[in-house]
Design a protein around this ligand. Structure first.
Ligand SMILES: NC(=O)c1ccc[n+]([C@@H]2O[C@H](COP(=O)([O-])OP(=O)(O)OC[C@H]3O[C@@H](n4cnc5c(N)ncnc54)[C@H](O)[C@@H]3O)[C@@H](O)[C@H]2O)c1
Length: 276
């Protein structure tokens, strides 16, 4: 049986009276972010296009004594998100924190990519972050208490991932969207920041870590010596979402275990002269 939630463990974040909305929270990083918000005593709205998955995470939180509701909603649909925002507002109150985490991936080279597949990735990952912000930010503004948006981008928003279809483009766009929102919403004391995960072990990436050779080769490239866990990401996302980070606005935080600083280690070098 799961432990009862101890809200004191994360009290320093000051999230206990907040309403926190997480999209794509039925799995992986989003589910862990939702659980961690609940451990802070926050009321959590678990949004996912997979309603059954969202309900499982919500039930787990409620069974442990936390406050959570599950809402089936498509981040890429304005109508669906507007409905979800109304349900959250009536069920929990005005949103204080929105984590735009829902994403889809596809595998394709760009020349010859099916435009429907290209568009769907942009619709969920990039336009979806705007759609969700449009749905929840008016409630934040109306409540007049400020707020925080955290957009979950990716290492591949900085570094192109070939054969990944529109995924890298969507995450790069999300970073600029966040920066623009940070300026637009600053007068309302609403911050907008990006957390960009590196290699993270979740149901979406599990196959690579179940394949021993691929996993070992991947992990050998990461200075931290391991892939990230959803908890590694949730810890950072909660901090950025909280008032403890109240002076951080319009920033991108890469959480990659040091991976992207290793470029120079891959440069071939002359053999070392043997010491005499
Ligand atoms: N796992 C990694 O290595 C990694 C690396 C970099 C960035 N990320 C980013 O982290 C975030 C979470 O990834 P994850 O690995 O936990 O993925 P995941 O596949 O485990 O979870 C994603 C969740 O999003 C939901 N979802 C998909 N489309 C949706 C939509 N239209 N509306 C609402 N929900 C939708 C899915 O149903 C799923 O529950 C994503 O934004 C992803 O791009 C992950």
């Amino acid at each position: 049986m799961n432990e009862v939630i101890n809200t004191k463990s994360n009290s320093w974040l000051g999230l206990s009276d907040k309403v926190c909305v997480v999209t794509g929270a039925g799995s992986g990083i989003g589910a862990e972010v939702a659980r961690q918000f609940a451990t802070c005593g926050a009321s959590v709205a678990i949004l996912d296009v997979n309603e059954a998955a969202a309900s499982l995470v919500a039930s787990e939180i409620v069974d442990r004594g936390g406050r959570a509701i599950a809402v089936g909603a498509d981040a890429g649909s304005q109508a669906s998100m507007q409905q979800a925002a109304c349900r959250v507002h009536h069920g929990l109150g005005p949103c204080n924190v929105l984590v735009n985490n829902a994403a889809v991936r596809n595998r394709s080279a760009l020349i010859g990519i099916d435009l429907a597949a290209w568009s769907r990735v942009l619709e969920v990952n990039l336009t979806g972050a705007l759609i969700c912000s449009q749905a929840f930010v008016p409630h934040m503004i109306e409540a007049g208490k400020g707020g925080s948006l955290v957009h979950v981008a990716s290492l591949v928003g900085y570094h192109p991932q070939p054969d990944g279809g529109a995924y890298s483009v969507s995450k790069a766009g999300m970073m600029m969207l966040s920066r623009l929102l940070s300026i637009e919403l600053a007068p309302h004391r609403i911050r907008s920041n990006v957390v960009a995960p590196g290699f993270t072990r979740t149901p979406a990436t599990e196959a690579a870590y179940d394949h021993a050779e691929t996993a070992a080769a991947r992990i050998a490239m990461i200075p931290a010596g391991r892939a990230a866990t959803p908890t590694d990401l949730a810890d950072v996302i909660l901090f950025i979402a909280s008032e403890r980070a109240s002076y951080i606005n319009g920033q991108d935080l890469l959480v990659d275990g040091g991976f992207t600083n290793t470029l120079m280690t891959t440069v071939p070098k002359l053999p070392q002269k043997e010491s005499t």
